[in-house]
Ligand binder design. Sequence first.
Ligand SMILES: Cc1cc2nc3c(=O)[nH]c(=O)nc-3n(C[C@H](O)[C@H](O)[C@H](O)COP(=O)(O)O)c2cc1C
Length: 298
Amino acid sequence: MAYTRVSDANEITARYMDSILIEERLIDSVKADVSTTILGETFLSPVLTPAFSHLGCYDGREHNGLEEYSMATRECNTLNFVGMMENDMFQKIINTGAKTVRIVKPYADNGKVRDQFQFAEAAGAFGIGMDIDHIFGMTGYDIVVGETMAAQTTDMLRSSVESTKLPFVVKGVLSVADAVKCKEIGVKAIIVSHHHGRLPYAVPPMMVLPEIKEALAGSGVEIFLDCGISTGADVYKALALGADAVAVGRSMLPHLEKGGTQGVVKFLNNVADELRYIMSSTGFSKVSEIDDSALYQY
Ligand SMILES: Cc1cc2nc3c(=O)[nH]c(=O)nc-3n(C[C@H](O)[C@H](O)[C@H](O)COP(=O)(O)O)c2cc1C
């Protein structure tokens, strides 16, 4: 077969994930329990929603996509994430009753960062955090919807962590170096991610995950992962390689657009059901017990 070069991290990630295979262990296995404790609370499963932003109202429905998927997480008791938005939109997310982590952009305007963190905490967010993989753009610092981003030093991030009583989550960690810095400044969880391929040739999150897991062993820092996750098999592989919870991404969008809140409920439940099936078929009865011993790579 001819060799084709690809620089698209999404495609490289998909190829890597598909190269991981799963063996069966059926004798003495039982129906698995997918419930999971994340940052101290128990949820239906380790499946998280992605930190999305800028979704409109689909099919003229009353609530926009961000509210609709947040309502879905409330209905099926999963941990919700949202991304870049102003405070009035975040209030609407909180009004859905979803347990939500607000991921704030690394705005150059540090006053805006602080304001959004403080607003989230006062409004009742479950956690707050920052997507550090959105700092740089091709001409320097990225500009997102007219807002310029800024470099984040360890001291700046430490000060953000110390500014809140909420768990602080750093999204966009793709190296042991950044993971260790997060551990040292008191971050409660990291999301191993390349933000749907912002970096050409980005290492697949699942490839770097075992090294990150080892570097954070015993620290209590929880490890989440996203990018290219669309099935329970994807979630299983990430858990087996060291993640504590795993976020779906653009795979959720067709279900949201077509089915709204109920479409997302069905999708999240299907992913959790497939995870349960694979756990049961590989001899793991609890999420916390899954390891990589049933994985093969070709
Ligand atoms: C429409 C859209 C908006 C997004 N907005 C944000 C955001 O504001 N903050 C953030 O951290 N990530 C954002 N992301 C990235 C996702 O949280 C996630 O990292 C990514 O979609 C995972 O890759 P996948 O879609 O291939 O699974 C956004 C993604 C999409 C598709």
